[in-house]
Design a protein around this ligand. Structure first.
Ligand code: DGL
Length: 270
């Protein structure tokens, strides 16, 4: 099975993309809802929690792991890669590759010699500077501007998708990136695709948007096409399993809403 790990239920936006792009595969999901959010935590704790979660998915039969969480991908991937023996996909690299490609091909400001990419994410993701380092190390033709947007996760989980307050906060977070006249914006958090339209309006329609969750699924698709032995090991079908470390009716409700289908979250103890 394809194991999908997230700090909570946000990773369901990545599951939604798997359902669209790789619909035949069975999913085994784990969201660490008892300990979410990870985005304001330190690296040590994020690494420890993530290792426990991924080992749980492997025990349950995952043959491949997607780390849906940007925070974990940014802070703990190098550590996890050393500990985990099965293929492990993170969301940062695919987003970086796509953002570079689209920025150079379709910049909003074509006359400028050095193009500009903006990144929004949790505090841990932004503090890691991973997007900035990876992009600026790969090319001198792009400069990266980043902004932590810690209030967006709780607002989105609260369902405040169209409220005035949310619009104001999104505008405020995006202001420095808009001021920097970015060509492309990377949505470096599981939750942001839920308010993609609002983000698009606030940053400006001609700015390219890259969704890290979508890009990792395209990367996985390519990988499975060229690694048929691994693809064969994955179970096909729709008996998906969704495990969480804490279960509330609110989480169950938003899980159904975000996935736009009825699923059953099951509580487990790690
Ligand atoms: N899943 C996290 C991410 O993508 C957001 C929620 C959290 O902070 O745990 O960064």
């Amino acid at each position: 099975m394809i194991g999908v790990f997230d700090s909570g239920i946000g990773g369901l936006t990545v599951v939604k993309k798997i359902f669209e792009i790789l619909p035949e595969y069975q999913i085994l999901y784990f969201g660490d809802t008892a300990r979410t959010p990870y985005g304001n935590r330190g690296a040590e704790v994020i690494k420890r929690y993530s290792l426990e979660a991924i080992n749980f998915l492997i025990k349950k039969g995952a043959k491949i792991i997607i780390i849906a969480c940007n925070t974990v991908s940014s802070v703990a991937y190098d550590f996890l890669k050393q500990k985990i023996k099965i293929p492990l996909f993170e969301v940062v690299t695919p987003a970086v590759e796509k953002a570079i490609e689209i920025t150079l091909k379709n910049p909003k400001y074509p006359k400028r010699a050095v193009k500009r990419i903006g990144v929004i994410g949790t505090r841990a993701t932004i503090d890691s500077k991973i997007y900035k380092k990876l992009i600026e190390n790969k090319t001198t033709k792009i400069k990266v501007f980043q902004k932590a947007a810690p209030l967006l996760v709780p607002l989105i989980e609260e369902g405040w998708l169209k409220r005035m307050e949310t619009k104001r906060i999104v505008k405020k977070y995006l202001y420095p990136l808009k001021f920097a006249q970015i060509d492309t914006l990377i949505l470096a958090c599981t939750h942001y695709p839920i308010i993609k339209n609002l983000i698009k309006i606030k940053i400006g329609k001609r700015v390219n948007i890259v969704d890290s969750g979508e890009e990792v699924v395209y990367k996985l698709k390519k990988y499975l096409e060229s690694n048929s032995a691994v693809a064969k090991e994955l179970i096909k079908g729709n008996q998906h399993k969704f495990f969480v470390s804490d279960l509330t009716s609110h989480n169950q409700q938003i899980a159904n809403y975000w996935l736009q289908r009825k699923i059953k979250l099951e509580k487990i103890n790690l």
